[in-house]
Ligand binder design. Structure first.
Ligand code: WT7
Length: 572
């Protein structure tokens, strides 16, 4: 087990004395230098003398384990970077990663950044329509994928003239590749020992992560190479990563946690991390922790609630004594989950709060700090946070009042814009504050308490789903006249998608139709976006201007008051 002295001895002291020069100096960066995440996470660590240290312990769904040193990941990233360059891809081109958690995903991420490309990771469970929307918006030039996902890519390409290369990492030659498709084999390619990384600067675009909003298409939060300054120091202070840790971040790099802390944060610190490319099952997770002697575990409330449901007995079957620090992100972490984990693992889960847009942890419970179960903790050193009034957007000084979480712009990992959507980006700022869109309050001791989102976005199992994307897809179903999508409470996933649907004349609201519609969305978008429940209605509540009032439908699901319905056109 790693030593138990936390990386920050006193939160208050670190917060007061913090300067971004601390991580900049530790990483050897000063203004005007080149800074390339791909190089910082591999070449730099090798140069520091850790070339033979394990960087990645990878386990597949069959139980196969593969181990890679920092020199391996350096060379594999070079090999992919070189391959992309030889294809004619240029710095600034968007290159999508559309894969399960296979090792090529991790090397590919670093490789894209090394050649100066913008990495665009997308969740491999996305269906063709979710994929298309995001590739079309980013005008992506190349996509790296697996054979099993190729059919979804093929379904989109006729309408994507800018997508020039489809790179398949596990082509076995059994089925001929089509136009624009090319095979890439990590093992068979010539190993590129030396690759001159693109000399990116602090503000050079690095990663493009799509996130859902209430209206319109998903938005691409665009990050820059300088983000590593935040990701490095927050992995060290909030996740408490140390040299001899075996760190496991359960998130998929299709979402920001899986890149900021499932790739960059750990490797920037030269820490060994493990990846399990298999579905979720409590027993398998415990086995994984035991087998690889995981010390730091970063997960999500849905997973924690799911393992909690499996009970305490099963935990006792495993030796989990390697664990020393647990953290969570993505949704509200219930007090019960914190108390439970203390009971069964002897360690509490430390809640951390952030967003795709913030790029790194902004509020957190630190190892040395007293946890108040149910609270998200306190602002990260270097982050100025406040609760602002929902109407005036001015900070509320009085404690305990609910407002919106707002952050003073300027920390390194903050997104720089929404791709092609400067207007929506600008709307996120008021009175010099970045508005998170989340409601919370601060208590007398400065702890943040999450209340809820301030929009209609659904947080299911820690993943944001925009109602608009589902409603638009539903309109393509021949029986659907109109629909409204809302979040419905769920004991494990916090929220699941519920659809209110008005049918076109001549269609009966049968069970068959309900299942057919569910499947329609699952295939087109993803299982996350699939309504778990459909309620057929004659009409939907609307404002006078014709906007569907999801708020009213949502309130009904949560057993809340309707709120302001003065502009409602028809009664429920
Ligand atoms: C939204 C961001 C970056 C982490 C993965 C999700 C919700 C996040 C917490 C928390 C309550 C949380 C917020 C936030 N959220 N962490 N600790 N407690 N809610 O990134 O997909 O951009 O979602 O997730 O609503 O705005 P994301």
């Amino acid at each position: 087990m790693s030593n138990s002295i936390p990386n920050i001895k006193s939160y208050e002291e670190s917060y007061s004395n913090f300067s971004w020069d601390i991580p900049r100096t530790e990483l050897g960066y000063s203004d005007g230098n080149t800074i390339n995440i791909g190089e910082y996470c591999s070449d730099r660590i090798c140069k520091l003398g850790y070339a033979d240290k394990l960087a990645l312990i990878w386990e597949g769904f069959t139980g196969e384990v593969r181990k890679f040193t920092f020199n391996d990941i350096r060379v594999f990233a070079n090999t992919i970077a070189n391959f992309l360059k030889n294809l004619g891809l240029n710095p600034g081109d968007r290159v999508c990663l559309f894969m399960d958690k296979v090792s090529e995903l991790y090397f590919g991420f670093l490789g894209i950044l090394k050649m100066g490309g913008i990495a665009q990771p997308l969740f491999s469970a996305f269906g063709p329509e979710s994929l298309f929307t995001r590739l079309d918006d980013a005008k992506t030039s190349a996509i790296i994928t697996q054979k099993k996902h190729l059919h979804k890519v093929r379904a989109t390409i006729n309408d994507l003239p800018s997508l020039k290369h489809i790179i398949v990492v596990d082509d076995d030659g059994t089925k001929p590749l089509k136009e624009r498709e090319i095979a890439f084999h990590m093992e068979k390619e010539e190993r590129i020992e030396k690759f001159d990384s693109y000399p990116s600067k602090a503000e050079t675009p690095s990663v493009l992560h799509y996130t859902s909003g209430t209206t319109g298409k998903p938005k691409g939060a665009q990050h820059v190479h300088y983000s590593i300054i935040s990701q490095y120091i927050s992995a060290k202070y909030a996740l408490d990563l140390k040299e001899d840790d075996i760190y496991w971040c359960t998130a998929d790099p299709g979402w920001v946690t899986g890149t900021s802390y499932g790739i960059i944060g750990a490797w920037a610190n030269g820490v060994t991390q493990c990846v399990l490319d298999a579905g979720f099952k409590a027993e398998n997770w415990y086995k994984f922790i035991e087998k690889h002697k995981v010390t730091v575990w970063y997960s999500a409330p849905t997973a924690i609630r799911a393992i909690m449901k499996e009970g305490n007995e099963i935990v006792k079957k495993f030796n989990l004594s390697s664990l020393r620090h647990l953290a969570s992100v993505g949704e509200p972490l219930n007090a019960e989950a914190v108390i439970w984990s203390k009971e069964v693992f002897g360690l509490p889960f430390h809640d951390t709060y952030w967003q795709t847009e913030t790029g790194s942890i902004v509020v957190s419970n630190y190892p040395e700090m007293k946890i108040k179960p149910g609270s998200m903790g306190k602002p990260f050193p270097g982050i100025t946070a406040a609760i602002v009034d929902l109407k005036t957007f001015l900070p509320i000084e009085k404690k305990g009042i609910v407002g919106m979480i707002a952050l003073k712009p300027g920390w390194p990992a903050m997104f720089r814009t929404y791709w092609n959507n400067e207007e929506t980006y600008n709307n996120k700022f008021k009175n010099g504050w970045y508005l998170s869109g989340d409601r919370a309050s601060i208590d007398e001791d400065g702890y943040y308490w999450f209340v809820g989102r301030d929009d209609d976005v659904i947080n299911t199992a820690g993943h944001l789903v925009g109602p608009f994307e589902i409603e638009s897809a539903l309109l393509e179903h021949p029986a659907v006249a109109e629909s409204a999508i809302v979040g419905k409470p769920d004991p494990v996933n916090m929220e699941v998608v519920k659809a209110f649907i008005a049918l076109k004349p001549g269609n009966d609201p049968t069970k068959m139709l309900e299942l057919e519609i569910m499947n329609f969305i699952r295939k087109k978008l993803s299982a996350l976006a699939m309504p778990q429940e459909i309620e057929f209605v004659d009409s939907l509540p609307k404002t006078r201007s014709g906007k569907i009032m999801r708020r009213v439908l949502r309130a009904k699901e949560w057993g809340e008051e309707n709120g302001d319905i003065s502009t409602l056109e028809n009664d429920m």
